[in-house]
Design a protein around this ligand. Structure first.
Ligand code: PGA
Length: 249
């Protein structure tokens, strides 16, 4: 396990005003010297972005959005929010390419446009990639990862503001997780693809998919990952804190 670990909380469509109190505990934890090298990023629903930002302002906790529209300019896009608006409330990160959004129409081209507009707005990107169960069974994992990376980053110059989040779709919210050996193998494949494409030696790669307090001790043995993107378990503050504590002990 490396230093400067990321713990990214993806709250999906959960959380209300009351959730704010629990976040205060995580902010307090982040101020402890022991956790100086830990980067916590909260990605709540849009409705809580501003609140979370105000709360975390004087701490090392950063705020991210769960998605953004591809258009950099304001426009007639009912229900959407773009990178510029996200940046304007103080968020620093945005998740792009999450499988739950790929299912509802985000293809590699659209994801590419979203990444470009987020980078132009100086946001850091948590770029999700990963294979479905069917693709895994058909031994398509490596080619899927390759096409997600190569097409998602098309015409984008090498840069350090993209964190790759390897999230096998079959693992998200299911309790199923890859064996450490298989995870190491996939991370090394991802590194090779990025090396080939961008000549970037040490990309930041986090793992996501059913990370919880029970399996974190095992996951932390995978030395090639730089942290975790955590959905369900991050919504329970005690669990989220325990995951962070266990990871760095
Ligand atoms: P999960 O979600 O931790 O609930 O599996 C991860 C994610 O969707 O980012």
């Amino acid at each position: 396990m490396t230093n400067n670990m990321f713990f990214i909380a993806n709250w999906k469509m959960f959380g209300d005003n009351k959730s704010v109190n629990s976040v205060k505990k995580v902010i307090k934890l982040s101020k402890d010297k022991k956790f100086k090298k830990v980067q916590i990023v909260y990605c709540p629903p849009y409705t809580l972005l501003d609140k979370f930002f105000r709360l975390s302002k004087n701490s090392n906790v950063k705020i991210g959005s769960q998605n953004c529209h591809y258009s950099e300019k304001p426009g007639p896009f009912t229900g959407s929010i773009n990178a510029n608006l996200i940046k304007s409330i103080g968020a620093e990160y945005v998740i792009i390419g999450h499988s739950e959004n790929r299912f509802t129409g985000d293809n590699n081209n659209l994801i590419n446009s979203k990444i470009k507009s987020a980078l132009n707005n100086k946001l850091k990107i948590i770029f999700c990639i990963g294979e479905t169960l069917k693709e895994k069974r058909n031994k398509k994992t490596n080619s899927i990862l390759n096409s997600q990376i190569v097409n998602g980053l098309k015409n984008i110059k090498k840069n350090n503001n993209i964190i790759f989040a390897y999230e096998p779709v079959w693992s998200i919210g299911t309790g199923l997780v890859p064996k450490n050996r298989d995870l190491e193998k996939q991370i090394s494949v991802i590194k090779k693809i990025i090396m080939r494409f961008w000549k970037l030696k040490n990309p930041k790669i986090v793992y996501g998919g059913s990370v919880n307090i029970k399996n974190i001790n095992n996951f932390k043995k995978v030395s090639s990952i730089n942290g975790f993107l955590i959905g369900g378990a991050s919504q329970n503050t005690k669990n989220f804190i325990d995951i962070i504590k266990k990871s760095i002990n």
